[in-house]
Design a protein around this ligand. Structure first.
Ligand code: MN
Length: 399
């Protein structure tokens, strides 16, 4: 399938959105790309007169998808999130009613369902890591429903998470933003910069501001505030400053605790537990903190580093998910990273996914960084599984 099929499907999906007669639920990711995608979708729905509510999520798990779809008969529009769990979404709409549209660029799961339109550019031959952000995928969909040229600048900000000059579909959104007079391109080739003219800010700067708001202010409803601001062509810098200050304070406290108590250490894994210390911050804070810690002297550069924190099982504005959970983030410090890149040690993602599944949780990630939700109280079992998997790999039975 190629370009023509993609644009044809976008058009058909836009028609469904305009004509379904259902109220909508917009589900969006908590990073800058997700907030921009959420704002583009919300603005478009306002314009076509579709009543909707906004739900920001950090991560999709079966429990989260179940809670979202407890809203029943509605048009569920997933933006910058959803592709990886298209199976769960399709299953839910078939069971609890309504329909779903996914406009996302993360690795897609292929699902056949009458009730689901899955508009991931990767399914049409584009690359989600190079050609399209989630906000671009959302913009291309919504501009088929209504005039959205004055929203193209948000797709440019959302695309900042993809390194280098904008290409592929992101460049289509850029063209609209430049044509509408909202964005100016400075420089050329790989050193191109994109300035949001009415904000007087480069695209990547606004992207960092929005990411800080979404992840740090998650439990305070900050993503919704950010979306409302974006729809009025504002990026709320003051909100970002407040959350960055909070993060600095919490990170300093966590570092003080770890410097005093040290990290626990096994043969291949070292770990620490923050309990409720990061309570109130979005759970992405744990990943950022664990990355920072992996460079410090308190940490063995040859062992996997796992951080744990108690997970607040709430989706703001929606309710409580089932179960008691702990979030874990795992990073590979420098020396271990080199070994993983050489294939001498197993990737963090494989270990995290398998160890979390073994204890009744679920995880995902990349070769040097991953995260998971596991049932509270299973932290030691998780570490033991993790150690066992590394042991297996070392003895030649690769996991
Ligand atoms: Mn994205």
């Amino acid at each position: 399938m190629g370009e023509l099929a993609y644009f044809g499907d976008l058009h058909r999906a836009a028609e469904r959105i305009r004509e379904s007669g259902l109220d909508a639920v917009v589900i969006f990711h908590d990073d800058a790309d997700g907030l921009c995608a959420g704002a583009i979708a919300s603005l478009a729905l306002d314009r076509v007169g579709v009543k909707h509510r906004l739900v920001c999520v950090e991560k999709l798990s079966p429990e989260v998808v179940k809670l979202i779809h407890s809203l029943g008969e509605a048009l569920y529009i997933y933006v910058d999130i959803g592709s990886g769990r298209a199976d769960l979404i399709a299953e839910r709409v078939e069971r609890s009613g309504g329909e779903a549209v996914i406009a996302d660029h993360h690795d897609p799961m292929k699902v056949e369902s009458e009730k689901l339109i899955h508009l991931n550019p990767e399914l049409y031959g584009y690359s989600g890591e190079i050609d399209a952000s989630g906000s671009t995928a959302t913009y291309l969909l919504m501009r088929e429903a209504v005039d959205m040229r004055d929203a193209a600048w948000m797709a440019v900000i959302g695309s900042a998470e993809i390194p280098g000059a904008l290409r592929g579909l992101n460049r289509v959104a850029l063209g609209d933003a430049v044509g509408g007079g909202d964005v100016e391109v400075l420089g050329s080739g790989e050193s191109e910069k994109y300035v949001i003219k009415f904000l007087d800010k480069p695209w990547d700067k606004s992207s960092s501001t929005l990411s800080a708001i979404g992840s740090m202010g998650y439990y305070e409803g900050a993503p919704i505030t950010a979306v409302e601001n974006l729809k009025r062509r504002r990026v709320p810098e003051e909100l970002a400053k407040r959350f960055e200050e909070l993060r600095r304070r919490k990170f300093a406290q966590a570092l003080a605790v770890i410097s005093k108590k040290g990290v626990n250490s096994g043969n291949y894994v070292q770990w620490y537990h923050l309990g409720d210390l990061f309570r109130g911050l979005g759970s992405k804070a744990l990943g950022t903190f664990t990355s920072t810690l992996s460079y410090r002297k308190q940490v063995d550069p040859k062992k996997y580093l796992a951080g744990f924190m108690n997970f607040l099982p709430d989706i703001p504005g929606l309710g409580r998910i089932e179960g008691d959970w702990v979030k874990t983030s795992i990073r590979a410090p420098k020396q271990l990273s080199n070994q993983i890149n050489r294939g001498a040690m197993p990737p963090v993602s494989t270990l995290t996914i398998k160890a979390s599944e073994a204890v009744g949780g679920s995880g995902d990630g990349h070769s040097l960084a991953a995260s998971a939700l596991i049932p509270a109280g299973r932290e030691r079992d998780f570490i033991n599984e993790f150690e066992g998997l590394v042991e297996e790999f070392r003895s030649g039975r690769r996991p």
